[in-house]
Write a protein that binds this ligand. Structure first.
Ligand SMILES: NCCCNCCCCCC(O)(O)C(F)(F)F
Ligand SMILES: [Zn+2]
Length: 344
């Protein structure tokens, strides 16, 4: 299985995120990609290649042009107002009864207009890191189109919380959605996206909400209890042409493999019924029992089983890295999914 990785991920190294009322060091940090790459090399998954640059056009197939302009220029605007020694974080957001009719001129206003949390610092290198991650995913999609059975886009920053015109949850560009759209543009009539990250992929859901050609299935912690809190419930099934093409499988805190495997089997059945030509797999490993910010209880060997179950779906599969913060074990857990898939 080819692995696509760019050193430019290192350019996304935020100082701090707002969590539990305090500014704390970012959980989404460069060491995550380093530990995954090291384990991938140690177990011989590969080859590991650099991404092909795809430019802005594939991003505009998924994201709002004004939003992309904002992301590209936000840091320079921030520095004019606040200097270069502090990462850009929003300070207020649109609440019900407020208006989104006008984009503010102020950089502080635009940070809040285009985001949904204060955990996702924009830095000098964010645009380059995020576009490189998208290029990883697009290069993986190119490999599937060329006939590869699978590929792994070792992406950071992650993407599944980023919507058509918003960022948050450590995500700026929705790598998985961009890859799914690229597969559609490359001739796949139907594409399925399966999100196994602990958190709901609210961005991916929003992007494909009214689309029947891309099925979105997500297995995640119940949003009544867990970030992102405001969507991801089981009764969200899509709208318009997308009605029925969205499936949220929510699980309670404390879920272990026995509970998770049932949801994964239901997800696999739904994807088979859909008749997809390709599968994009949003691979977050924060379902791991040792994850510092999550509350499921998967063991490292369960990720082998996860990979095998994904192989059982029987589709060309592009794995796209999302979350996972137990950094010491992240490499083993991610590599286990890929190994389980290849042995599946
Ligand atoms: N007390 C709750 C704090 C929640 N903090 C933000 C969690 C973001 C999770 C990001 C992720 O893991 O879903 C991604 F895959 F996008 F990286
Ligand atoms: Zn997550």
């Amino acid at each position: 299985m080819i692995v696509i990785h760019s050193e430019e991920h290192r350019l996304q190294a935020g100082r701090s995120e707002l969590n539990d009322g305090q500014l704390v060091p970012c959980y989404e940090k460069p060491a995550r990609a380093d530990i995954v790459r090291a384990r991938i090399e140690a177990v011989g998954i590969g080859p590991i290649v650099n991404p092909t640059r795809h430019g802005i056009a594939p991003l505009e197939r998924v994201h709002d042009a004004g939003y992309l302009d904002f992301l590209r220029t936000a840091w320079d605007e921030w520095v004019k107002e606040h200097g270069a020694d502090i990462d850009a974080l929003p300070l207020n957001w649109v609440a019900p009864g407020m208006s989104r009719r006008r984009v503010p001129r102020s950089i502080d206003g635009r940070l809040g207009f285009y985001s949904f949390d204060a955990g996702t610092p924009i830095t000098a290198g964010t645009w380059r890191a995020a576009t490189a991650a998208a290029d990883n995913a697009l290069t993986g999609a190119d490999r599937l189109r060329a006939g590869d059975r699978s590929a792994f886009a070792l992406c950071r920053p992650p993407g599944h919380h980023a919507g058509h015109a918003f960022y948050g949850g450590y995500c700026f560009l929705n790598n998985a959605a961009i890859a799914a759209q690229s597969l559609r543009d490359g001739g796949a009539a139907r594409v399925a996206v399966l999100d196994v990250d602990y958190h709901h992929g609210n961005g991916t859901q929003e992007i494909f909400w009214e689309r029947g050609d891309v099925l979105f299935v997500s297995i995640h912690a119940d949003p009544a209890d867990e970030f992102p809190y405001f969507c991801g419930h089981a009764d969200e099934t899509g709208a318009g042409a997308g009605d029925g093409a969205n499936l949220n499988l929510t699980l309670p805190w404390g879920t272990d493999w026995s509970g998770y495997a049932q949801a994964l089997a239901a997800a696999a059945a739904r994807i088979r019924d859909f008749g997809a030509d390709a599968l994009v797999l949003s691979l977050g490993a924060d379902t791991y029992g040792g994850d510092p910010i999550s509350r499921f209880r998967l063991l490292s060997e369960d990720f082998l089983r996860m990979g095998s179950a994904i192989a059982g779906i029987g589709l060309p599969t592009l794995f796209v890295l999302e979350g996972g913060y137990a950094v010491d074990d992240l490499g083993v857990n991610v590599a286990n999914v890929l190994t389980g898939f290849e042995q599946g």
